[in-house]
Design a protein around this ligand. Structure first.
Ligand code: SAM
Length: 330
């Protein structure tokens, strides 16, 4: 199927990468078009295989067509609505690309075209047409509206064990999606803290394992997971001892201490990261992956063991930008 993702504007690349990564988990993903607000992918996966895992898009639609702006009205005219009793049409314009455009006027004109073919029902239509205008116009039939409020509800401050070191659930989910090759991956977070990454992995049905040097953090992760009726294997371990978990892991997704709020137990951060990378190489399956947040991209010395697949700067808090890297075992 050809999918049209309405990308969140949280980052220039991550939402598109997440869409591609989720589709590739269930077969192939080919990027057909990328525009300001949207990306069109061809993928083999069915929506129920991946739509519930999305964190960085607002809507998922079936892509109907992409046209030049001057051809948009005739394209809407051509859409076959004969099987639908009611319809709605929603359009978004990338204002930085089309500052001159009067969006309300456009929606009015397109809505009149649709209303000549079927009844308009904005609340509960049989078909919801979504149109995104950037360099060109992309038209889709909405499949699902992504429930992004779920991530707000799982924020650390709403859980029994809270700590300022915790990362936002949406970011945790995105890191997992960008790293894991399968929805049933065996995942380890060896710096699990309050369990934000473990919670998102367990919610997606992954085989979830976590460790941390601090007993307080392990107990805290445990109470947060239990509060949400989720399960993970937890061990109190220094990162150098993660070989104590039995079996290999498909991926490590983690947010190690930055040497600021989260403690390194006085170990120089470069040494901790170097020990961690050695330990990850030992416990991963061949071509296993690491998704890691680092304070500075030069701190990671991975070249001898891992290949860099993706990197991006991400906003962790309002005043804090971090680097995210996805690495694959050579
Ligand atoms: C940035 S925090 C992780 C925050 C986590 N992502 C969350 O959302 O709560 C880093 C964690 O690494 C742990 N840590 C520090 N040194 C460690 C070591 N040598 N081995 C394992 N864990 C360690 C700390 O106890 C802390 O919980």
């Amino acid at each position: 199927m050809r999918y049209l993702f309405e990308l969140s504007g949280e980052h220039p690349d991550l939402p598109e990468w997440e869409a591609g990564a989720l589709l590739s988990c269930s077969g192939s993903a080919e990027l057909i078009e990328r525009d300001a607000l949207a990306a069109v992918f061809m993928g083999k996966a069915t929506p129920d295989e991946f739509a519930h895992r999305i964190s960085l898009s607002h809507f998922l639609s079936e892509h109907l067509m992409s046209v030049n702006l001057e051809d948009l009205e005739s394209a809407v005219e051509e859409i076959d609505l004969s099987g639908y009793y009611t319809a709605a049409l929603k359009a978004r314009v990338a204002e930085n690309r089309r500052p001159e455009m009067d969006t309300r006027d456009l929606i009015g004109r397109l809505g009149r075209i649709v209303s000549r073919k079927t009844k308009i029902d904005l609340e509960n239509p049989d078909i919801n047409l979504r149109i995104y205008i950037g360099e060109s116009a992309h038209i889709g039939r909405e499949i699902v509206s992504i429930d992004r409020s779920q991530y707000e509800k799982r924020k650390n401050r709403f859980l029994p064990f809270t700590s300022p070191i915790s990362i936002h659930p949406r970011l945790a989910r995105a890191l997992i999606n960008l790293t894991a090759k399968s929805p049933s991956s065996r995942l380890l977070d060896p710096f699990c803290g309050t369990g934000a990454i473990l919670i998102e992995a367990a919610m997606m049905g992954m085989k979830t394992h976590g460790s941390d040097i601090s007993k307080k953090m392990i107990d805290g992760s445990d109470s947060n997971l239990r509060h949400l009726n989720l399960n993970a294997e937890l061990k109190r371990l220094d990162v150098g001892d993660i070989g104590e978990f039995s079996g290999k892991f498909d991926c490590v997704v983690t947010d190690p201490p930055y040497g600021r709020a989260a403690t390194t137990k006085r170990e120089p951060i470069e040494r901790l990261y170097s020990r961690a990378m050695d330990a990850f190489a030992e416990i991963l399956v061949p071509k296993g992956r690491v998704g890691i947040i680092v304070p500075d991209e030069n701190i990671l010395k991975y070249e001898s063991q891992f290949e860099l697949l993706k990197k991006a700067s991400i906003r962790v808090h309002r005043s804090l930008v971090r680097n995210f890297a996805v690495l694959e075992l050579k």
